[in-house]
Design a protein around this ligand. Structure first.
Ligand code: GDP
Ligand code: MG
Length: 163
């Protein structure tokens, strides 16, 4: 038995960087999978002794400003529907933005099982943003740095019960 983790959040918070760290070179050939478009990248993740499926909402980057919200909503809802648990990522260096609030709303309305990650948390520049993340009302944020591999242990502890 394994589980599926969807990484969701607005563009540029670091979703794909974490996806790549979890998946390494084991990227699934999404084009061969019916119903899965390039907008949702799926891979086989490894974290310690955990093996699970991870989904990256990758199609948001190309959206123009006025189409972003609708596209974001549809993609995120699809990812949430596929997933057992969602990693909702914010950029702790920027803090919580109105767009982050839109994502938080989608996740609450879907009653998704959410793990909140304050990413880019290496160093003290992230401290204020981590505190802001508590205000989303989605539980205690994990201090994560997908780029530097920090906080992966805390992510492991959150995912372990699902394995
Ligand atoms: P996505 O749009 O959410 O998929 O974000 P990306 O993974 O493409 O990352 C967006 C930018 O943030 C890139 O320039 C990354 O190098 C940078 N980034 C990702 N993770 C981290 C991190 O943990 N710390 C810092 N400082 N930058 C990061
Ligand atoms: Mg991306």
């Amino acid at each position: 038995m394994s589980f599926t983790l969807a990484i969701v959040g607005r563009p540029n918070v670091g979703k794909s960087t974490l996806f790549n760290r979890l998946v390494g070179k084991r990227l699934a050939l999404v084009d061969d999978q019916p119903g899965v478009t390039r907008d949702l990248r799926e891979g086989e993740a490894r974290l310690g002794d955990l093996r699970f499926t991870v989904v990256d909402t990758a199609g948001l980057e190309e959206a123009t400003d006025n189409s972003l919200e609708g596209r974001m909503r549809r993609l995120t809802e699809r990812a949430v529907d596929m997933a057992d648990v969602c990693l909702f990522m914010i950029d702790a260096r920027v803090g919580v933005t109105p767009t982050d609030e839109v994502f938080a709303d989608i996740l609450r309305k879907k009653s998704a099982h959410v793990i909140l990650a304050a990413n880019k948390s290496e160093g003290s520049a992230a401290d204020a943003g981590v505190l802001e993340a508590y205000g989303l009302g989605l539980g205690e944020p994990i201090r994560l740095s997908g780029e530097h591999g920090e906080g992966m242990n805390d992510l492991y502890v959150q995912l372990m019960p699902l394995a």
